[in-house]
Write a protein that binds this ligand. Structure first.
Ligand SMILES: Cc1cc2nc3c(=O)[nH]c(=O)nc-3n(C[C@H](O)[C@H](O)[C@H](O)COP(=O)(O)OP(=O)(O)OC[C@H]3O[C@@H](n4cnc5c(N)ncnc54)[C@H](O)[C@@H]3O)c2cc1C
Ligand SMILES: Cc1ncc(C[n+]2csc(CCOP(=O)(O)OP(=O)(O)O)c2C)c(N)n1
Ligand SMILES: [Mg+2]
Length: 568
């Protein structure tokens, strides 16, 4: 033990915790850590081109696996670059450890080169936030950071001054097994009785399930069958059940479906299971709610609840099911199903259209059709999220992840790299807008460098499409949403990957198939209709009015719309 330094011990602990990759950029005061990575062969360093991409990749790994993922950056700029990706992890409750270098302790507090107060910088994002002051604290500090990130589901940060990083660790080794499986937490029997009694009196129950129900699909299906309840999925929970599941009626919110909206509006009880669906404007005021959540602080957070069940979704549902009376009347469910059929056929009009410019819905539907049954989708933020939510039909073992809580652009491709490294045998597809992709496009080079065969699909509308829609709803003319792009397929080839550019519907299926079987990192750059509006499942008068106002202003020559017509 005596010949090991602080960094060696950190890596040993991380290896014990199952960590396989550390994403980051070498340099300055993090070099001792980089050197320690070089001297062992369990954990691999992925040298990204922007620390934010590394933090997103780690966050995606943590979200998809539930296991600890790690990123790092040097003091000052490197650490600052990590922040957005770390906030993504924080808001989606993903266990991520960030290691940052810091200037030597003798220089601290003197505005030294690249000195930034990292503890105050990370204070808000991190659940655990410590500077290592001496080798004597090892391995205690790193073990505690790992526990905090994993058990509290969030970001842990350790700051490592350069001199401390190289200190020898002389403490005798002490180890406990670091991480355990989550226990089957069940609320006390009277809560289960109360919830069952309530649900037994309701006739129109809608289930709103989120990512917290991911490991409870059997129980979820069973409870839906007993209660004859349609299931609406919060977007982060899109992959908990197939989209074509007979009880699933899509999502809720602006990206949701009309049947989802109606089932929540018309039910006499909303049964929320493992979800923190944030948009309270979609939850009617007088709604009666039963809620299950593993985190007691989530119960009643969005809407008041009749009974809050503090427990794990699978085991709580399993305890509840024997006490539920099977509902005889399935009118409510059947109405939802009928509405869903109509909704799906209205979507099919766009999905199967051969119109030029190509409807983004048709691109999403085509990817959905040919993706492998265990493909992983990593979705970016923008209108592209709308097409992913509505026109990608999750099936079989497919997984879906996004920057759900933070809704950050640039998540898609970085997340795909993280996912592909963790699940090398699976097809990993990044669904990106041109804006989100371009934000961190340099990291396509990282995918090429490490041979990470991701498929990046760019829904290229030369616009910040979602912002254009926002402007229109606000009644203001389109302004500063146009984007000058390069040919992203050519860019892919220049980087050493492969790519294909598609101008419209001709050849769409072949292009998608070619992209999906690529053995190299691939960019499929597809021109899609820039005027495609992400209609909400129901339109408020105010929104329609705002839209009309924007159009009139554009007609009168305000805004930049006129300049856009020859952008291709
Ligand atoms: C551009 C954009 C638009 C969006 N629009 C929409 C939209 O229209 N509709 C929509 O739904 N989302 C939308 N989102 C995502 C939205 O912001 C929320 O992040 C998402 O709805 C939350 O999904 P969730 O409830 O499944 O996940 P989370 O917010 O992560 O909540 C999961 C909950 O489950 C609990 N939990 C975890 N494990 C367990 C367990 N074992 N047992 C019980 N409980 C558990 C957690 O404590 C937590 O409370 C959008 C995102 C983007 C980027
Ligand atoms: C980092 C970041 N900056 C700004 C925003 C605000 N924003 C949300 S969607 C969006 C436009 C996304 O454009 P693009 O990636 O081209 O996708 P599109 O909407 O055109 O499909 C913007 C600017 C954000 N969510 N994240
Ligand atoms: Mg765009």
């Amino acid at each position: 033990m005596a010949d090991k330094n602080v960094c060696d011990v950190i890596l040993e602990v991380l290896a014990d915790a199952g960590v396989k990759y550390i994403f980051g950029i070498p340099g300055g005061v993090i070099n001792a850590m980089v050197d320690a990575i070089r001297r062992q062969d369990i954990i691999k360093m992925i040298h990204v081109r922007h620390e934010e991409a590394g933090a997103f990749a780690a966050s995606a790994q943590a979200k998809l696996s539930g296991k600890l993922a790690v990123c790092m950056g040097t003091s000052g700029p490197g650490a600052i670059h990590l922040l957005n990706g770390l906030y993504d992890a924080k808001l989606d409750r993903a266990p991520v450890l960030a290691i940052t270098g810091q200037v030597e302790t003798r220089f601290e507090g003197s505005d030294y080169h690249q000195e930034v107060n990292l503890l105050s910088l990370f204070e808000n994002v991190a659940i655990y936030n410590q500077q290592v002051e001496s080798g004597e604290q090892m391995p205690r500090i790193i073990e505690q950071a790992v526990r905090a990130a994993y058990y509290h589901k969030g970001v842990a940060h350790i700051s490592l001054p350069m001199d401390v990083a190289r200190q020898k660790v002389s403490r005798p080794e002490y180890r406990t097994k670091l991480l355990s499986e989550q226990p089957a937490m069940i609320p006390p029997p009277q809560y289960i009785r109360e919830a069952a009694a309530y649900l037994n009196t309701c006739s129109k129950i809608t289930i709103l399930a989120g990512i917290g129900a991911k490991h409870a699909t059997t129980q979820l299906e069973e409870v839906a069958r007993i209660l004859k309840a349609p299931i609406v999925k919060a977007l982060r929970g899109k992959d908990i059940l197939p989209d074509a599941h007979p009880y699933c009626i899509g999502g809720l919110g602006l990206l949701g479906t009309k049947p989802g909206y109606e089932a929540v509006r018309d039910c006499d009880c909303l049964f929320m299971i493992g979800t923190d669906f944030p948009y309270v404007e979609f939850l009617p005021e007088k709604l009666k709610v039963i809620q299950i959540d593993i985190d007691g602080t989530q119960l009643g957070k969005r809407v008041p609840v009749e009974v809050g069940l503090w427990g794990d979704a699978a085991s709580t549902l399993a305890a509840l099911i024997p006490q539920l009376h099977p509902h005889e009347n399935d009118d409510f469910l059947e109405t939802s199903r009928a509405h869903m059929k109509t909704w799906r056929s209205s979507l099919a009009t766009f999905e199967t259209s051969g119109d030029l410019p190509l409807h983004p819905q048709a691109l999403a539907a085509c990817i959905s059709k040919y993706a492998e049954s265990d493909a992983i989708y990593c979705c970016d933020t923008g209108n592209v999220t709308v097409w992913a939510a509505r026109n990608i039909m999750i099936r079989d073992q497919q997984k879906f992840t996004l920057s759900a809580g933070l809704a950050s652009m640039a998540f898609g491709m970085s997340a795909a790299m993280g996912a592909k490294l963790l699940y090398p045998d699976k097809q990993v597809i990044a669904l990106c807008g041109d804006g989100g992709f371009a934000m961190l496009m340099a990291d396509f080079l990282t995918a090429v460098k490490y041979d990470i065969a991701i498929v990046v699909v760019v829904f290229n509308n030369h616009k910040l499409g979602m912002i254009q829609a926002e402007e229109e709803v606000m009644g203001i003319p389109e302004f500063e949403v146009y984007q000058h792009n390069c040919d992203f397929a050519e860019y892919a080839k220049i980087c050493g990957g492969d790519g294909l550019k598609l101008m419209g519907p001709t050849g769409l299926e072949d292009a998608v198939k070619k992209a999906l079987i690529s053995k190299k990192p691939f960019i499929l750059d597809v021109e899609v209709n820039a005027e495609e509006l992400p209609y909400p499942p129901h339109t408020e008068i105010e929104q329609a009015f705002g839209f009309l106002k924007a159009k009139v202003k554009e007609y009168m020559g305000e805004g930049e719309k006129e300049g856009l017509h020859n952008r291709f």
